[in-house]
Design a protein around this ligand. Structure first.
Ligand code: CMP
Length: 478
């Protein structure tokens, strides 16, 4: 509730002070000294005149005090606003005025009727007990209000949740906290219940976050979903620009993958609208990227047996992919088809390890999408020695020599690889002797790279001929 302007507050008491001041002056003019020989009637009319004069005097000073206290209040809280940058709570203003009124009242009584504050104490003690009992709840609210102000857990403009009410604090009075809910209802929560209950406070200028949930179909790549949603959300109105929203997977739901997006708001009191806007942005991001919202339905797929059980790619596509790998260039289309049919496609998330150094390995891989990093341990910390992109192969060293894996291979981004097993290669070696030659060249080159990083086995197998005969022995080709 806003206070009326000072002019309005002091007009009436000013007029009253002028009227009583004039009356006091007139009463002074008509006062007279009582002579010792005055009759009983004269004494009575003199006493009555003195009483009227005292009352008019009190009325004058009280009107003047009213003007002075209101003006002082306005001045003091004008300074408060300038220094603190926000409006003082009305409870503080009321208490300030109360103290001034009591002081002014005591001073006026002392100088007009010569009544001291101490003389009023016995009576006021009794009155205090009676009032205290009668106003138990009201005083409880007052003191809770005072402690609320001392504590300052929230301010006008903050969003708070008390009990089942959530809304913006519009005022804190000596009796209650006024909260405007998001349905535009005013809820008055008494100061005593605020002091007893736990309150959730979202400060007006704080970094308040919200979480919005959504789901995507299992077929939609998490990396792409997370990226698309984050980009769509960060530009939305009322989303804090300097904190990037966080999008993460929450779990695997019945119909799809469950995600959440956490974002920070500039103005928390508008979180309902902003949540709705975020959901809208997610819908458009899904539409643009071809993602699907999972519906709580059961879909029965009647599919013909797949030509290949890889990640949705058929044998022909995979054979096309293998034909682009330089070492497989000499293979006939039939051999490429056979190789594709006996291989399997796998997808890895960024940072996932595909091969671990030191493990045994009986398969090699071709990168069909994305890229991988080849890493060796250097003084206990992994160091990337090579990046292999689409169409490159890896894992051939352990497969063709029977030695443990020589390096770690880690997906650098979302990556699909085609895994080719020992048996599939053995068949090809018998019909393509040149393949062993090409592979041993590739292995030798990579060994040189590893040697430069001091992590390759040296010795007889390190030479081209040694390696060639080792591969032949391993695959029993002689
Ligand atoms: P393998 O030893 O089976 O497992 C790790 C793989 O990393 C290895 O086979 C090679 O395919 C690959 N690799 C090792 N050294 C290099 C290198 N210098 N350049 C590219 N790839 C390499």
């Amino acid at each position: 509730m806003t206070r009326p302007p000072l002019k309005k507050q002091i007009t009436v008491p000013l007029v009253l002070a002028a009227v009583f001041g004039l009356a006091w002056y007139v009463a002074g003019r008509f006062s007279w000294e009582l002579s010792p020989a005055a009759s009983e009637q004269e004494r009575m009319s003199h006493a009555a005149g003195e009483w009227v004069r005292a009352l008019v005097c009190i009325a004058f000073w009280m009107s003047a005090a009213l003007v002075a206290v209101r003006a002082l209040n306005e001045l003091a809280f004008f300074i408060f606003r300038k220094r603190k940058g926000y409006e003082a709570p009305s409870l503080m203003r009321d208490l300030f005025s109360l103290v001034l009124y009591v002081t002014a009242g005591a001073v006026i009584l002392k100088y007009t009727l010569d009544l001291s504050f101490a003389a009023l104490l016995p009576g006021s003690a009794l009155l205090g007990i009676v009032l205290g009992l009668a106003l138990q709840d009201t005083l409880g609210n007052l003191f809770s209000g005072i402690s609320l102000h001392a504590d300052k857990p929230f301010q006008v403009g903050d969003v708070i949740t008390v009990g089942k009410h959530t809304g913006v604090v519009t005022s804190v009075t000596w009796r209650a906290v006024k909260v405007k809910t998001f349905s535009n209802h005013i809820v008055l929560v008494s100061n005593t219940s605020i002091a007893k209950e736990s309150i959730e406070v979202c400060p007006q200028n704080g970094q308040n976050a919200r979480i919005v949930f959504f789901s995507a179909a299992y077929a939609d790549s998490p990396v792409r979903v997370i990226h698309a949603v984050r980009e769509a959300v960060r530009e939305a109105e009322n989303v804090l620009r300097y904190i990037t929203p966080v999008v993460r997977m929450r779990g695997y739901g019945e119909s799809g993958v469950d995600y959440e997006v956490k974002y920070w708001l500039s103005d928390y009191s508008r979180y309902n609208d902003t949540d709705a806007l975020i959901r809208q942005r997610i819908w458009y991001a899904f539409r643009r990227n071809g993602f699907t919202f999972p519906f709580p339905t059961r879909t029965l797929h009647m599919e013909p047996p797949a030509a290949h059980d890889g990640d949705g790619r058929d044998t022909e596509t995979l054979a096309g992919l293998l034909s682009a790998v330089d070492i497989f260039a000499p293979l006939t289309p039939g051999e490429l088809n056979a190789l594709a049919a006996s291989s399997s496609n796998h997808v890895f998330a960024p940072g996932e390890t595909i091969i671990r150094a030191g493990d045994d390995g009986d398969s090699m891989f071709v990168v069909s999408r994305g890229g991988v990093d080849v890493r060796v341990d250097s003084n206990g910390t992994p160091r990337t020695i090579s990046r292999l992109g689409e169409g490159a192969f890896f894992g051939e060293m352990a497969l063709f020599t029977g030695e443990p894996r020589t390096a770690h291979v880690v997906a650098a981004e979302e990556t699909e690889v085609l895994e080719i097993g020992h048996d599939a290669m053995r068949g090809l070696f018998q019909t393509n002797p040149g393949l062993v030659e090409a592979l041993s060249h590739a292995i030798n080159e990579r060994r040189a790279g590893l040697l430069a990083n001091a992590s390759a086995p040296s010795g007889d197998e390190g030479t081209h001929d040694g390696l060639l005969s080792r591969i032949r022995r391993f695959f029993r080709l002689d």
